[in-house]
Ligand binder design. Structure first.
Ligand code: NDP
Length: 325
């Protein structure tokens, strides 16, 4: 038997409860995992509260990421005792996810936990940190270098933003962090931001082209903030866009693209191919300093997951929320 957070539907209404289930209730996939840690991401917030159409089949165990230990495997790549990480692939959306003591998953969805990381550290990084690494890799692949100038990170006190600030600073970039919460300025500075930009400055209506301020940017917010960022990026600069915390629209013009050669680089973590995934996790393990794992992290149990799901959708969470199973 194992405990799981289960989302179900009754009379078109979504219900969320902790259930004690038999192992046979799990989907029958190749690798059975004892989950050590999962976490609460923005998407989990939308799924658990029902505020977003994330869950497509009921009943469903949410949790888009997990780190755990293989307890049984029908696949040659994994054996009992192996430590693994899972992010993406629709797990926690249309396949049972990490907010349970056990998970049953396809081998191709997993990556081995890098040797220098613990399960807890992997979930402090989580989908958010993995996505931040993909954003940084997108800017690097585009050719941006620390000497090109400042990099702006929006939604900086969130899960993706805070790791992006840390990674960029550790790679030698000068980082400006955008936040709507001035009380997080000290935290962002301790992660490596060299200055703080108020979110309100970026919420003003964007002109087609503004003063050039940034060599590049990691944007987790979308909407008018991304439009403003695009109007302020230097000639030949690039923006890695991964999020929609401020909205999924993009009220911009073609001007930054056609007059300043600005590139908008889309970043998706869900379907990221295995080799890139493995490379990103290895770089995360190598780049993040020990101090990173001591920063704002809230550890909760399964019971508190619905409360924190609500909080993350209201923008009231700073850093990462870990769920210990
Ligand atoms: P968080 O909720 O942890 O962080 C989002 C941050 O954005 C907040 O902390 C806040 O930062 C800022 N923010 C919140 N609401 C608004 C608003 N209305 N306007 C402007 N800024 C706002 O989420 P995550 O970091 O986990 O995820 C960030 C985004 O990235 C989400 O949209 C998520 O869905 C997306 N994402 C995409 C992935 C992909 O594969 N493409 C993978 C993972 C996440 P502050 O208070 O500092 O301003």
């Amino acid at each position: 038997m194992f405990n799981a957070l289960v989302i179900d539907q009754e009379n078109d209404q979504q219900t969320v409860s902790i259930k004690n289930l038999e192992e046979s209730a799990l989907p029958q996939e190749e690798v059975l995992i004892d989950v050590d840690y999962s976490s609460i991401n923005y998407k989990d917030g939308l799924a658990i509260t029902g505020k977003g159409k994330i869950v497509r089949q009921f009943p469903l165990v949410p949790g888009i990421d997990l780190a755990g230990t293989v307890s049984d495997s029908k696949h040659p790549c994994y054996k009992t005792g192996d430590k693994v990480i899972l992010t993406g692939w629709g797990v926690g959306e249309n396949h049972w996810g990490g907010l349970a003591e056990k998970a049953s998953l396809k081998a191709e969805w997993l990556v081995p936990l890098p040797e220098s990381l613990t399960s807890k550290q992997a979930m402090i990084i989580g989908t958010a940190g993995f996505t931040a690494m993909l954003c940084v890799m997108a800017l690097e692949d585009y050719g941006l270098k620390p000497e090109d100038g400042e990099i702006l990170v929006t939604g900086a006190s969130g899960g993706v933003g805070s790791v992006a600030v840390t990674l960029l600073a550790n790679l030698g970039y000068k980082v400006a962090a955008v936040t709507g919460r001035p009380e997080n300025a000290d935290l962002l500075t301790s992660l490596g931001a060299s200055r703080i930009v108020s979110r309100s400055e970026l919420e003003e209506k964007a002109r087609p082209l503004d003063k050039q301020l940034w060599a590049g940017a990691v944007d987790t917010v979308g909407s008018k903030v991304l439009a403003k960022v695009l109007s302020q990026v230097n000639y030949n600069g690039a923006v890695a866009a991964c999020g929609l915390a401020g909205g999924f629209d993009l009220p911009t013009t073609v001007m930054p693209f056609i007059l300043r050669n600005v590139a908008l680089l889309g970043v998706d973590s869900v379907m990221c191919p295995y080799e890139k995934r493995k490379a990103a996790w290895h770089r995360l393990a190598e780049l993040l300093p020990d101090a990173f794992y001591e920063q704002a992290t809230t550890e909760i149990g399964l019971k508190e997951a619905p409360e924190y799901a609500e909080k993350i959708t209201l923008g009231q969470v700073t850093g990462r929320t870990l769920v210990k199973l």
